[in-house]
Design a protein around this ligand. Structure first.
Ligand SMILES: Nc1nc2c(ncn2[C@@H]2O[C@H](COP(=O)(O)OP(=O)(O)O)[C@@H](O)[C@H]2O)c(=O)[nH]1
Ligand SMILES: [Mg+2]
Length: 236
């Protein structure tokens, strides 16, 4: 089983990307399951095969421990590891070739609390990819989500910056001033040092822009560079 964790800041488009990807994979006859790991989500653009909300009731937690929505979400996410047995069983019952994990609304909950890492280790094996987030522990793909929202010209400009960090620096110098310029320049240095930019590309879950490219790159990571074959069919 190949697992992809879709991670990003709240509202960055994780659930929509999960929905678009699962449609794309099913169209290509890939045996794929979705796992919703967001205990606090009210509505999803896809019907999850496995849903953490069946295990954890965030409203009950909030009432019982007199927590607000944020505290409730933290408690709920921390409880996930204690519920992982049932979730893991459901995963193995479905025995998908690909598992897409839509993570909680706030990325710090999943990425920076030990729960997320423990859970990722429990389900993922070695064949994992993290889509979206800067995490040194997993192979990752950084995508510019909602790319349909900007003009082609701007998108090309952004891609120029990605390919040439001197151009990026020039743009920072001409677009921003003062402390923001200083901060942006430092962030660019960090991004360069972590070599994050080369794998950054635009995607849209609404227009399907680069969904095939994204899946191709996911396969590349899962397979350590080789094509992923299902029933002798190679999907690129
Ligand atoms: N234009 C555009 N909007 C998007 C795209 N993906 C998500 N959105 C919108 O962004 C909002 C948040 O998306 P959602 O997937 O729920 O974000 P999440 O919190 O990261 O799961 C929703 O209103 C979506 O309609 C996209 O590719 N293009
Ligand atoms: Mg979501």
């Amino acid at each position: 089983m190949y697992t992809a964790f879709i991670v990003g800041t709240a509202g960055s488009g994780k659930s929509f990307l999960t929905s678009t990807l699962v449609d794309y994979l099913r169209l290509n006859e890939i045996n794929v399951n979705t796992l919703n790991m967001d205990p606090g989500v009210l509505r999803l653009p896809y019907a999850p095969d496995i849903d953490v909300r069946a295990y954890i009731d965030i409203n009950e937690l909030m009432n019982e421990f007199e927590l607000g929505p944020n505290g409730g979400l933290v408690a709920a996410v921390d409880l996930i590891t204690s519920q992982s047995e049932g979730i893991l069983e459901e995963i193995s019952d479905g025995s998908p070739d690909v598992l897409l994990v839509d993570t909680p609304g706030q990325m710090e909950l999943f990425a920076f609390r030990s729960t997320g890492i423990i859970f990722a280790n429990q389900i993922g094996g070695n064949r994992r990819v993290l889509v979206n987030l800067m995490d040194a522990n997993l192979s990752q793909l950084n995508i510019i989500s909602k790319s349909d929202l900007i003009e082609n010209e701007q998108l090309e400009e952004v891609q120029d910056w990605i390919e040439d960090s001197f151009k990026f620096e020039d743009a920072i110098n001409s677009y921003v001033t003062g402390e923001r310029r200083e901060m942006s320049t430092k962030m660019l240095q960090l991004v360069n040092e972590m070599q994050m930019l080369p794998e950054t590309f635009p995607v849209s879950a609404k227009t399907n822009m680069n969904i095939d490219t994204l899946y191709g790159k996911m396969q590349f990571i899962w397979q350590g560079g080789e094509d992923f074959q299902v029933d002798d069919r190679v999907i690129r």
